[in-house]
Design a protein around this ligand. Structure first.
Ligand code: HEM
Length: 270
């Protein structure tokens, strides 16, 4: 198994104190010494759940590329009408609340690893520039994209939490175009895809997934998969965003009007 130490952020000034502290840690009750490892595991788990959610989310949202009707059906599916007899948009709010809680937990755990204060920041940047090691630079990119996500993801989640009934081909496209959300979505898309794919790459290295007795070859292969993963989801996300923008522009004159499913319009004609 590849040792986690390879990809853990390099030592910062504060960590020397921690190392000194570790010497006296023999005298601490064993349970308290396990907490850093538990928190690390929790950070990995929450990150993995968020990444899995996001992969599913990108596929659901991109159903607009198939047709407006396809996205309409996906959106109604999550309101549970097919199971409960009538649609309950509040189910979407529950999911949004759960994802928000997971995001807050993940961000709180990640804060432990951010440089604390200017001296640690300067020390890390100098170290990174001297080392010129790809994975250390990736870690830095992950810190910044994660920081940006604090703000951008919560704006979108608040929308989904408070307006769960406003999801559909026209309602979503109107929000993207007439509601001026597209610049935020564009930045959010790059931030979250880079953050998520770097995160999964680092998880695979850290926990030794797919590892063999050739660590260098493993790392090269994982890096390749990571680049393909980012390119695929950024392309899918951009095409999806363009589709919402186009529908939103065409629909701008009828802002607020909701999409009528094919079955309803056929019944009206009869
Ligand atoms: C339960 C939670 C969520 C729901 C229900 C949801 C739903 C949606 C929907 C319906 C859209 C289409 C545009 C719109 O209606 O405004 C969208 C777009 C988008 N969402 Fe989410 N979302 C959720 C969470 C997230 C999270 C946590 C992220 C990232 C951290 C995210 C990133 C994006 C991005 C980047 C777009 C732009 C679409 C694209 O470029 O493909 N979403 N989301």
């Amino acid at each position: 198994m590849t040792k986690p130490a390879h990809i853990i952020a390099p030592a910062l000034p504060g960590t020397r104190q921690r190392a000194n502290g570790a010497a006296s840690a023999h005298h601490q009750p064993s349970d308290s010494r396990r907490w850093p490892a538990r928190l690390d595991l929790l950070q990995s788990l929450s990150g993995m759940l968020l990444a899995l959610f996001l992969i599913a989310h990108m596929f659901f949202v991109s159903s607009i590329l198939i047709s407006q009707e396809a996205f309409y059906r996906v959106a109604r599916f999550f309101e549970g009408g097919w199971l409960l007899g009538k649609p309950y948009p509040i189910l979407v709010s529950f999911v949004a609340a759960g994802i928000t809680a997971l995001l807050v937990l993940h961000a709180w755990l990640a804060l432990r690893k951010f440089p604390a204060g200017y001296r640690q920041y300067r020390a890390f940047v100098a170290h990174k520039n001297r080392l010129r090691h790809d994975d250390t630079s990736l870690w830095w990119l992950q810190v910044w994209t994660g920081f940006a996500l604090f703000f951008m993801a919560t704006i979108h989640l608040y929308d989904m939490l408070t307006q769960p009934d406003m999801i559909g081909p026209f309602a979503s496209a109107d929000r993207v175009w007439s509601g001026n959300m597209w610049p935020l979505y564009l930045m959010l898309l790059f931030a979250v895809e880079l953050h998520g794919s770097i995160g999964l790459y680092r998880l695979a290295l850290k926990w030794g997934w797919f590892s063999s007795d050739k660590p260098d070859a493993d790392r090269r292969r994982l890096r390749h998969v990571h680049h393909l993963f980012s390119a695929f989801f950024i392309t899918l996300g951009l095409l999806t965003l363009i589709a919402y923008i186009n529908i939103g522009r065409e629909h701008a004159e009828h802002l607020g009007e909701r999409y009528q499913p094919v079955a309803a319009t056929a019944a009206e004609r009869r």
